[in-house]
Design a protein around this ligand. Structure first.
Ligand SMILES: Cc1ncc(COP(=O)(O)O)c(C=O)c1O
Length: 421
């Protein structure tokens, strides 16, 4: 793409230009971490930094690259779609949107009926929150402390209070409430006021390092929602699309949500799209008001075609089995690393979601920095830097997993040597 954007800048020049026009704070933070990654070539498990380093990607942007970077089938699908479609007219009925909605609705457990398409996960979160308020006539939204649901209006307020307050967007306490993850008692204290529209659940909260719910937590929470008339919304932007070994984490945890949110992986890493899957009982507004929600680019037909291919690939025989097999393989390998390196103190795992906690408040961030030098791209949890997020794509085989484990161990060893941790 030299023709439109490459003015033969060196990596350092590009970073300075980005600091000047795009993201000064971000550039500074990466500099403090010791490296400012700039993605150049990308393919399968890997991307290459502009400085030439080859990196095995186990951050994969929270699941965006669930099927690897530039998956050839997805690229071919988008290229073919470009021969026939454009974004489409969002006011009209569309073949691509209708087929994708049918596939998504049929994939989610419960009495799902409709799908509203957006350009991002945050917007899909907002669709579900508005739907919940409209359906229940209540305003309060309860979510988990430390969960992340995006940087839109309502989605930001449903997340970390400090992040919302930073933009003077805090909400009155009687509209957004957060309770600790995995604490049904604290949840019931709020729900029993009978004024909660929805409990918005980031099924395995990424930003606090993938703590796992206790067995039975979600079924208990669903019962509480039913008892107190609150709707259960599963935010599956990160946990969905096969990541936990089933299509959706709500299946893994044995519950039927009232609404479900997808994003990231649904894009195939190549065309933005988000989706809110909505149950029949909550979706009254869709019949009442055909324009109750509207988004010009939401559900672009190009994105729908890519997303249909994403679902087709994940539904192929062997893909979810592979997730479960690789999960078991990685569990064994990670335990071995933990035995050899006391710096790694805890492994949290469900399917191909791993939170690796280190014996240092910044342990995850230190391994990120050393990983970059060792050939591994992994990222710490935003609100708990002791934890490293470790999420390979869904198509990895044993050889790939062995390579990722070796690179991780190399990064940990480098960390121990350099920082004496
Ligand atoms: C669980 C969860 N929900 C919602 C979002 C927001 O998605 P987007 O960045 O596409 O707006 C994210 C993004 O990281 C997320 O991880």
């Amino acid at each position: 793409m030299k023709s439109i954007m490459d003015k033969n800048l060196t990596k350092d020049e590009l970073i300075e230009l980005a600091a000047k026009h795009v993201c000064p704070g971000r550039v500074e933070t990466f500099k403090q971490l010791g490296t400012v990654p700039v993605m150049a070539r990308r393919e399968g498990n890997y991307f290459w930094d502009m400085d030439g380093s080859k990196l095995f990607d186990v951050h994969i942007n929270g699941g965006t690259f669930n099927l690897g970077h530039r998956n050839p089938e997805l690229i071919a699908t988008l290229k073919e779609a470009l021969d026939h479609y454009d974004m489409g007219n969002h006011h009209f009925v569309s073949s691509a949107r209708t087929h994708l909605a049918k596939e998504l609705v049929n994939s989610v457990p419960g009495d799902m009926k409709y799908c509203v398409f957006t350009t991002s996960g945050s917007e899909a979160v907002e669709v579900t929150l508005r739907t919940a308020r409209k359906a229940t006539g209540r305003r309060r939204i309860v979510s988990f402390k430390g969960s992340y649901h995006g940087h839109g209006g309502l989605s930001l307020m449903a997340g970390d209070a400090d992040q919302a307050a930073y933009f003077l967007s805090e909400q009155p306490q009687d509209e957004f409430t957060q309770v600790p993850f995995d604490d049904p008692g604290a949840m019931e204290e709020i729900l029993k006021a009978d004024d909660t529209a929805a409990v918005l659940c980031e099924m395995i909260p990424a930003t606090i390092g993938f703590p796992m719910p206790s067995p039975g937590f979600y079924p208990q929470l669903k019962k509480l929602c039913e008892k107190y008339g609150a709707l259960f919304i599963a935010d599956e932007v990160q946990t969905g699309l096969g990541r936990t070994g089933k299509m959706w984490a709500c299946e893994t945890f044995g519950i039927e949500p009232d609404m479900l949110i997808s994003g990231k992986g649904l894009t195939g890493g190549i065309y933005p799209i988000g989706a809110a899957v909505i149950s029949e009982k909550t979706a009254g507004w869709l019949s009442e008001d055909g324009w109750g929600y509207s988004s010009t680019a939401g559900g672009s037909e190009l994105g729908c075609v890519v997303a249909l291919k994403v679902l087709e690939i994940i539904n192929r025989p062997g893909i979810l089995e592979n997730v479960r097999e690789m999960s078991a393989f990685l569990a064994e390998g990670l335990e071995g690393i933990k035995d050899r390196h006391p710096f790694l103190v805890e492994i949290r795992q469900k399917g191909l979601v791993h939170g690796l906690r280190f014996d240092n408040p910044y342990g995850g961030a230190l391994v990120t920095a050393c990983g970059f030098e060792s050939g591994l791209w992994a990222f710490p949890a935003g609100f708990d830097r002791s934890v490293l997020q470790f999420k390979p794509n869904l198509l990895v085989n044993r050889e790939d997993c062995s390579e990722a484990l070796q690179l991780l161990e190399k990064a940990i060893s480098l960390c121990e040597e350099r920082f004496k941790v």
